[in-house]
Design a protein around this ligand. Structure first.
Ligand SMILES: C[SH](C)CC(=O)O
Length: 268
């Protein structure tokens, strides 16, 4: 590559996503922790970030993005996380399901299923990649359910179906949470008799919606670090039903052809 620093090559820009996402707070902290004062974090969305990434990779241009696992981009492109020796992005993260207070009493069947639901990166990947390859979201979820009857039976074991009870699930338009929302919506509808409404909002309104009861639950709570600020803001106003996925992570990500291996390499 050229002898210009990576910072010069990318205009000292980190391509981020929606401003309310916890990864954006963590990246601001990384900028401080590593003394990247001449770098700027660009706000946008998950979709805009992957479109910018695709353009850069097609031209084999350098680029630095905020990235997370699970995400389909790791199977589509040859990417790597920059090492984070100062742990600005924390250790192993989990995606949790949170519920409004009172859900257990009002909708015990939904509460039980949402407490049971936990799946793997590979399973989520099947749905995410099908959607990325153009399959409609609901169809990708229905196909997943048809392909995994044993898992669906496990998650719904012992739960008596209801007759049209309404449930609202809040989620943020991150590819990972689009997948989990659609699978949970389809199971609640097709197997347990619920009518499920989706509330697609930013991270802040998602937490607020569950805390205020406008939404019954959400599968998009990244903890313990990524959404730590939201959890402390709404402590006692929501119920954490535990992890729906473990072993996830967030960080700075570059194409494998970029000559950097650690966030420390961004200091020009
Ligand atoms: C982008 S990760 C899916 C979650 C978050 O950063 O809030």
């Amino acid at each position: 590559g050229s002898d210009a620093s990576l910072g010069d090559q990318v205009g000292h820009k980190i391509i981020g996503i929606d401003p309310g996402a916890g990864i954006m707070t963590a990246t601001q902290k990384a900028i401080e922790d590593y003394g990247l004062s001449d770098w700027n974090l660009v706000e946008g969305s998950g979709a805009a970030m992957t479109a910018t990434l695709d353009k850069a990779i097609k031209k084999e241009d350098p680029i630095v993005i905020t990235g997370w696992t699970p995400h389909w981009m790791f199977s589509k492109y040859d990417l790597k996380y920059l090492e984070d020796p100062k742990k600005s992005y924390g250790e192993a993260e989990e995606i949790h399901t949170i519920a409004r207070l009172g859900l257990k009493e009002d909708q015990p069947e939904a509460y039980q299923f949402l407490s049971n639901f936990q799946w793997t990166e590979e399973e989520m990947g099947e749905v995410m990649i099908a959607i990325q390859d153009g399959k409609p979201e609901a169809q990708a979820a229905t196909d997943f359910i048809a392909a995994h009857p044993d898992r669906v039976a496990e998650w719904t074991d012992g739960i008596t179906p209801v007759d049209g009870n309404e449930i609202t699930l809040a989620y943020v338009a991150w590819d990972s949470e689009i997948a989990s929302f659609n699978v949970v919506q389809q199971i609640l509808q097709d197997k347990l008799g619920f009518k499920v409404k989706g509330l697609q909002v930013d991270a802040g309104p998602m937490w607020l919606g569950v805390a205020q009861g406008d939404a019954d639950a959400s599968l998009a709570a990244w903890l313990p670090l990524t959404h730590a600020d939201y959890l402390s803001q709404y402590e006692g106003k929501i119920e954490d039903l535990g992890a729906n996925m473990t072993g996830v992570k967030t960080g700075l990500v570059v194409p494998a052809y970029v000559d950097a291996n650690s966030i420390e390499d961004l200091v020009s």
